[in-house]
Write a protein that binds this ligand. Structure first.
Ligand code: CLR
Length: 264
């Protein structure tokens, strides 16, 4: 269990058991979430901005396209799992997350980590040419052709495009990612009440930030994005089931353990 490394409950680390909500607490909550985002987002926006000219060449694209279906799936599963690992790190530093039971932490990560990866993808996305930073360069949808799930890839790219159109700040992205993860409506939660309390505090944080930025109207749009995320993730699971049926050996022995643990 890779996820079992998450720390157990320590009431002394639980800001909400120590003092009630106040504006100062909300500021502190936002600051921790933003810090956690910054420390786990792999690349800063300025770094990605500077890399925008790095595109895959014809030959490199052809090399990806001539990979076999299972080879390319394994490659992408490894990349995705790396990204998920950073999301797990991010989650651990959301105030209140560690105070949830281990089962609830895992349940939230199982349903939410892929969604957060997709939100984070918008930071790695160039809307000018519809490419995503993958394997060290910017890649268009054609790079993923050999996965044989063009509909999922198109939907994921559309989502990144739509997220970019919202022009969120890094702080807004951080709070939105936290809200995607801490969702008391997820299945299989033991202590829904506790998750709900953490969710309310993150909601308060996001509302606070949007209010401060005079962008309250974004809240409604972000909730709409969350619906799309849900459908994208069920499409991902559907594709994964299709793949595992066709290539049981690759799915069983070549996929990263964390990928299997979260999505299988
Ligand atoms: C998302 C943001 C992370 C860094 C990162 C790593 C891997 C990338 C991912 C981002 C975006 C989505 C991505 C993925 C690798 C493969 C996947 C490009 C940029 C595409 C959509 C293929 C999915 C294939 C599955 C069906 C296996 O911080």
């Amino acid at each position: 269990h890779d996820l079992m490394t998450i720390h157990p409950y320590n009431p002394l680390e639980d800001p909400y058991s120590l003092y009630p909500h106040s504006l100062r607490n909300i500021d502190e909550l936002c600051a921790s979430i933003v810090r956690s985002h910054r420390e786990t987002c792999q690349y800063r926006v300025e770094e990605l901005q500077a890399l925008r000219w790095k595109l895959f060449s014809r030959e490199e694209i052809q090399a990806y396209q001539s990979k076999s279906v299972d080879e390319m799936w394994q490659h992408c599963a490894i990349r995705l799992t790396d990204a998920v690992q950073f999301v797990v790190e991010f989650a651990k530093h959301i105030p209140g997350f560690r105070m949830l039971s281990q089962n609830d932490q895992i349940a939230l990560l199982k349903t939410g980590s892929m969604e957060v990866v997709l939100v984070r993808m918008s930071r790695f996305f160039n809307t000018e040419n519809n490419t995503v930073f993958f394997d060290g360069k910017f890649a268009g949808t054609e790079v993923f052709k050999s996965l044989a799930c063009g509909d999922l890839i198109a939907a994921v790219f559309d989502f990144a495009h739509a997220m970019c159109a919202l022009k969120l700040t890094e702080q807004q992205i951080a709070l939105f990612c936290a809200l995607v993860l801490i969702n008391a409506d997820r299945p299989c939660l033991e202590d829904r009440g506790r998750v709900q309390r953490v969710q309310r505090s993150v909601e308060l944080g996001l509302t606070h930030i949007l209010h401060r930025d005079h962008q309250q109207s974004l809240m409604h749009k972000l909730h709409q994005r969350m619906e799309v995320l849900r459908s994208l993730c069920s499409l991902h699971m559907e594709k994964l089931r299709w793949f595992s049926q066709r290539y049981p050996l690759t799915a069983h022995s070549m996929f990263p353990p964390l990928y299997k643990e979260l999505f299988a």
